[in-house]
Structures are given as structure tokens and as C-alpha cells.
Write a protein that binds this ligand. Sequence first.
Ligand SMILES: [Zn+2]
Length: 201
Amino acid sequence: MNDPMTAWQRLRTGNQNIDPATVAAELACGSTAAAVFRCADSAVPSHALFGQGEGAVLDVSTWGHVIDTAVLATLEFAVGHLQVPLIVVLGHHDCTAMRRALHAWERADLPDGATRTAVEQVLWSIVRRHAAADSVDDIAAAHAVETGLGLVQRSPVIAARVDARQCAIVCASIGARDGRLRTHATIGPVGEQSDVLAECV
Ligand SMILES: [Zn+2]
């Protein structure tokens, strides 16, 4: 049963049982290899998807990887202060945010509250990318690309690092069950060779 007390006890017990040597090893691991800006409802943690230790990836997540000022501040900290050379915008298969946006697109039915802001960002991605909007995964691809472009357009700090070729952005999504990465676009130098690749800037 999912109730607040059970959830907190599960986390507290997990914390009490951690191995201090594992924590020390993570702390000693050193620099952060990349920041991953991902959708919050994607089940597998970023470091596991990329086969890295937890400390190697700075994870930032919102539902539908929707950009707000907190996201920009965190990613500016990553590239500006931590000198992280790579941001991966990461969508995923069968995303609930993309599903809600597809529903809004087809039925002209926007949700209320803050959810509307998130869905509207996805709808703008469909429009700007001239996406077909006939499948959740096609919308996810369009939105990953627009999110990467949005980071550069809305953050002078990130844009300056990309212009200086000290940082790049990869716009990608994760497939159904195999966890494999699909790269939709890159912004800046990453040396990617792929026929699905479209360098946007
Ligand atoms: Zn999602």
C-alpha cells in the first residue's frame, strides 16, 4: 500500500543501511561528466542508463523535461561552476506528459493548473518542429530537440559555453524496453556520427 508513512520509512531505512564506504567512494569519484535534464516520470535513473556511477551525472528532472527558471539556474550552475561539458536532454518512450499533450492536440482540451504550462510547452514544440503529432514518441523527439534549443535561447550562460565549444547539448530519448538511446539532434561539438542526427546550431 502506498501511504506517506510507508514511503518515508522505506527511505529512512534505506538511508540507515547504506554502506559508508560506498558513499565515500562516490564522493571521491571526482568530476561530474554530464548533466542530464530528463522527464521525471522516466523510471530508470540517468546514471544507470549511461552505465555510470551516481556521482558522474547531475540529474535534473521535471515532468516532460519542461524548462523553468529553477531548471535554468541548476544547469547554469552545472556548466558555469562545475564546468560540466555536456547536457543531455532526455525524453523517453510512452511519456505521460507527451501523451497528455497529444490528447490536448487532438481534442483541444488543455488541463488546469501548472500542468497546463507543461502541456503548452510540449504543444509549442510540436508547432515549432512542424512535427506530425501522430504518435507519443514522435512528439517526444520533437520536444527533446526544442528543449535543447530552448536551453540555449533562454540561458546566456549555457549559450556562451556552447559558443566557446566548452559545452554541448545532446537531445535524445530512451526506447521502449531496451533502454537504448535515440539521438535526435546535437547542439555543439560531440563528434556524433548518425544518419538521424541533425546539428541544430
Ligand atoms: Zn515522461
